[in-house]
Write a protein that binds this ligand. Sequence first.
Ligand code: NOS
Ligand code: ZN
Length: 354
Amino acid sequence: MHLSDILRAPKAVLHDHLDGGLRPATIIELARECGYRGLPTEDPEALGVWFRDAADSGSLERYLETFAHTCAVMQTRESLERVAAECAEDLAADGVVYAEVRYAPEQHQERGLTLDEVVDAVNAGFREGERRTGGRITVRALLTGMRHTDRSLEIAELTVAHRERGVAGFDIAGGEIGNPPARHLPAFQHLRRHNCHFTIHAGEAVGAESIHEAVQICGAERIGHGVRITDDITVHDDGSAALGHLAAYIRDNRIALEVCPTSNLQTGAAKDYATHPIDLLRRLGFRITLNTDNRLVSGTTMSREFQHMAEAFGYGPEVFEEFTVAAVESAFLPLPERRRLIDEVIRPGYAALR
Ligand SMILES: O=c1[nH]cnc2c1ncn2[C@@H]1O[C@H](CO)[C@@H](O)[C@H]1O
Ligand SMILES: [Zn+2]
């Protein structure tokens, strides 16, 4: 598949962090404006490389340390609005037609913004970005609670309060080790009581038990990463595979895995592209979606993830269409909107490539 076709192919991303995808030049400008002096360099190109290298650490904890620099410059209404608008523009330029972009509102209060002000600013930025791209992209926000803090119930309440205004659901993120999802049960119970969507980062730094807790104890509808579900799968020498009860449950209930290959290589959740579990899971029938996780921190785009997968597994447009349709089917959007995207944008977009 040619690069121009990969770029042109319609894409959907369910797992992209707002604070992991800033333009390096924007970080530098915002740092100057707000007086943040902690950046490792003021050269945009070098800064982009720095993020990728620093995050390429083999550990999720060290990967996450890099976010101190992006969050530091996202503390005002104007900066949040700008970053969100540019996020929508950059995704659209990469051929993304639908995006769920997540961030943790609690990390943007250092200069006195209320949680509602943070959410309103980011939403305004997304609407502005959609407008600038002529409506080529639809963006929804997911509000993230941080696993190591105790504000998840508050963020879940915020999600419910903003659900009619651009917020599609909730997530928890941050260091997985020592912060199991069930610690945030009151947040998930609140969301379920209010019929609100949520996904959970699980099975990235911790194995199948974290995925079990996320799905069976907390009620997650999708799993962020989830690649360590392979702990519950035995592959025999002849290539056949036996699924444990959890793996079978996830597959048989079509619970989407938000797979982010490049991020997994950086955090040590996978060794290399060629042995990344995405292909095994796909062949076994899991609902796979392909995602960026953090475009800046992982030095990636949706097109680059497509390219890596094409090189590693020979995937062509049929597989990318399958991933894209799977993503929209698992999107936190009303069914008619998902159907419209699939029938009017994604299917015709791939047909035009053939
Ligand atoms: O892959 C990941 N696993 C867990 N947490 C993450 C990942 N990527 C980003 N964040 C965390 O989510 C916060 C809100 O967007 C980020 O600040 C970062 O700490
Ligand atoms: Zn993530």
